[in-house]
Write a protein that binds this ligand. Structure first.
Ligand code: CA
Ligand code: CA
Ligand code: CA
Length: 251
C-alpha cells in the first residue's frame, strides 16, 4: 500500500476524531483510606458487626439471574448466624438510581433488592460463591454456592436457579430442600474432611453443548489428594441432587 501526503493527512485527521478514551486510557490510582470512589453510594452495607460474619470473603457476578438485562452480584458471608450457618446475598443490578442500601439480614425483598440464602448450622455456607452460568439453558443465569464445612467437612455445594423476580425468594437451607421445591439442587462430597465446595465456579461451556457447566474444588480430598469435580449442565430434569460418595473418581 502506498501512502500519499493526502492519505496520511486524512488518516491523521481520522485519528484525531477518535474519542479521547480510545486514544489514551489513563488509569488513576486510588487510596481507599482517603479517596472516594464514584459512585459514592454503596449498594450493600451490613448492620450489626460485619467483621463477625465475614461479608465479602467471597464475591462474584451472579450473571443476570432475573433476566432483566442488568448483571447482578452475589456476596458470601460465611460466618453469618449464631452457629456458623453462613449466608449469601444476591443483589440485583439496575439503573444506578434504583440502588439501595440493604442490610445483612435473614431476608431481602426479592421483588426489588435481591434475596438471601442462609445455610444450615455449621455449614460455613457462602465461603465460595459464583455465577453458574445458565446451567439449564432457560434464559436465566444460575448461581452456585459452597458450604465446605457441612457434615464434618465432607462439604456441599448448592445450585440455585435464576428466573423472573416473582419466582425468586429468600431461602433457608436449614429447613428447605431445593430439589423438592424446584429451586435448585445440592451436591455433597465424597468423605469427611474433603471440604467439597471450598471453591466453586462456572466452567463456561466445557463441552460446547447448549448448557453451561460448573466446577467444584475439594482441596481436602485425601486419596488423590485434592479433587476437582466438573459437572455438566443440562435440562432441569437431569439436574439431580448428587452424592459423590457413591461415585468412583476416574483419571
Ligand atoms: Ca439482573
Ligand atoms: Ca438457568
Ligand atoms: Ca456444557
Amino acid at each position: 500500500m502506498q501512502f500519499t501526503t493526502s492519505s496520511l493527512l486524512t488518516t491523521l485527521y481520522l485519528l484525531l476524531l477518535l474519542p479521547t478514551s480510545i486514544r489514551s486510557v489513563p488509569i488513576p490510582n486510588f487510596d481507599l483510606s482517603s479517596d472516594t470512589l464514584y459512585p459514592t453510594k454503596t449498594i450493600f452495607t451490613l448492620a450489626g458487626s460485619p467483621s463477625s460474619i465475614r461479608a465479602g470473603n467471597s464475591v462474584s457476578t451472579a450473571g443476570d439471574i432475573d433476566g432483566d438485562g442488568y448483571s447482578d452480584v452475589i456476596i458470601g458471608a460465611y460466618l453469618y448466624g449464631d452457629n456458623n450457618e453462613g449466608a449469601a446475598y444476591v443483589l440485583y443490578g439496575g439503573l444506578e438510581s434504583s440502588f439501595q442500601d440493604v442490610t445483612g439480614a435473614t431476608t431481602l425483598d426479592p421483588a426489588t433488592a435481591g434475596f438471601a440464602i442462609i445455610g444450615a448450622a455449621g455449614d460455613i455456607f457462602g465461603y465460595s460463591v459464583s455465577t453458574a452460568g445458565d446451567l439449564d439453558n432457560d434464559g436465566y443465569d444460575d448461581i452456585i454456592i459452597g458450604a465446605y464445612a457441612q457434615s464434618d467437612s465432607r462439604g456441599a455445594a448448592y445450585v440455585i436457579y435464576g428466573g423472573e423476580r416473582s419466582s425468586l425468594q429468600n431461602i433457608n437451607l436449614g429447613v428447605m430442600d431445593l430439589k423438592s421445591l424446584g429451586l435448585g439442587f445440592k451436591m455433597t462430597g465424597d468423605a469427611s474432611k474433603d471440604t467439597f465446595g471450598w471453591s466453586v465456579s462456572t466452567a463456561g461451556n466445557i463441552n460446547n453443548d447448549d448448557y453451561a457447566d460448573i466446577i467444584i474444588g475439594a482441596r481436602g480430598q485425601s486419596t488423590t489428594p485434592g479433587a476437582v469435580y466438573v459437572i455438566y449442565g443440562g435440562p432441569r430434569s437431569s439436574l439431580l441432587d448428587r452424592d459423590f460418595s457413591s461415585f468412583t473418581l476416574t483419571s
